[in-house]
Design a protein around this ligand. Structure first.
Ligand code: ASP
Length: 337
């Protein structure tokens, strides 16, 4: 277990009444049922547990390092994490942990584990059970980064936080659940990821390039705003959040600004603002214009997967053309094409 912080381990500050990250031992003491699990569970924690809104790629590296160092010694890993940026961490880790062949299950809770109606206890126990689960041949059932929350196990790089208060806080809008949690844990075997390099050693990529931005379109967005963002010094990648099936304004200034940015060697990726569905660059002329300007289709990537995939590919130091090529294809189950 890797405890990073989040509501699951928080306590109320008696003065401000605000929830603050708290010590891991308190979390474990709050779940005496853990002793009923017939597993050897060891744990480590961030020196200073954090609210996940404070997560950075440095923290992702810390988590990846723990997994790399302990990879051969454990059947699986459970990461306890705040929900706010859980989908970003899950997406980032899926790219950083190449050839992952064991479960990395990320979970947390909406209510602190010390509260009577907490969802944390169940989430923690189920996450551990999934991390330990083996099939009839004794092989790990889950071999990817996944998010366990309440009734579902989702692929990490397909997940999005969808509710700030519902116990079923996560969802994959374009991919089925990996498991349904009810009386038992029912795995959706056809949906599970299998590395193409079974048996290859885990290879961890620590370099994540943060020179990336989101541009979220809206009707009325002005040229000076778009150009200001695109001219951000040092920028190497842009995730453009477009309308519907990947459409943007057809104003010449907009297409010119995007085209000039791409000419400078910046990678621009098109994802849809819709929760469900995919960019279809050839469906409407407005999408086609963007494709002609050199924008890459991000198909049905989530925002979280799109931005972290760019960070990962740019972090490898690849030239823009190669980054574009890899953005179009699934590396570890993050997109449907
Ligand atoms: N703000 C908290 C966090 O992301 C929310 C949570 O854990 O549910 O750390």
């Amino acid at each position: 277990m890797i405890y990073t912080g989040g509501t699951i381990g928080m306590r109320e500050n008696p003065e401000t009444k605000a929830l603050e990250p708290f010590d891991f031992n308190h979390l474990i003491e709050s779940v005496p049922k853990l002793k009923m699990l017939d597993y050897v569970i060891e744990s480590t924690q961030f020196e200073h547990p954090i609210d996940s809104s404070a997560m950075t790629p440095e923290h992702w590296k810390q988590i990846a390092k723990v997994i790399e160092t302990n990879y051969d010694n454990y059947d699986g890993f459970v990461v306890l994490h705040g929900t706010d940026t859980m989908a970003y961490t899950a997406s980032a880790l899926s790219f950083m942990l190449e050839n992952l062949d064991k479960p990395v299950i990320i979970t947390g809770s909406q209510l602190p584990i010390g509260e009577v109606r907490t969802d944390g206890e169940e989430n923690l126990i189920t996450a551990l059970q999934i991390a330990a689960a083996r099939d009839e041949n004794g092989s790990h059932i889950i071999r990817e980064v996944a998010i366990l929350f309440e009734n579902y196990l989702w692929r990490g790089n397909r997940s999005t936080k969808r509710s700030a208060d519902n116990f079923n806080a996560f969802r994959s809008n374009n991919y089925p659940e990996l498991a349904k949690i009810g009386l038992g844990i029912t795995f959706n075997r056809d949906a599970l990821w299998r590395t193409r390099n079974h048996g290859a050693p885990l290879k961890v990529h620590y370099n994540m390039d943060c020179n990336v931005i989101f541009i979220d379109l809206f009707p009325g967005i002005e040229e000076r705003v778009v150009r200001h963002m695109l001219n951000t010094p040092g920028i190497k990648g842009v995730v453009l959040k477009t309308f519907g099936a990947g459409n943007g304004p057809n104003s010449q200034w907009f297409l010119d600004a995007i085209h000039e940015t791409i000419e400078k060697g910046v990678v621009v990726v098109n994802i849809t603002q819709c929760n469900n569905g995919s960019v279809l660059p050839y469906r409407y002329v407005t999408g086609l214009d963007l494709a002609r300007a050199g924008v890459v289709s991000g198909h049905d990537l989530t925002s979280e997967a799109a931005i972290t995939k760019l960070m990962y590919l740019l972090g490898k130091g690849l030239p823009a053309d190669e980054v574009k090529n890899f953005m179009e294809f699934s590396l570890c189950g993050e997109m449907s094409s």
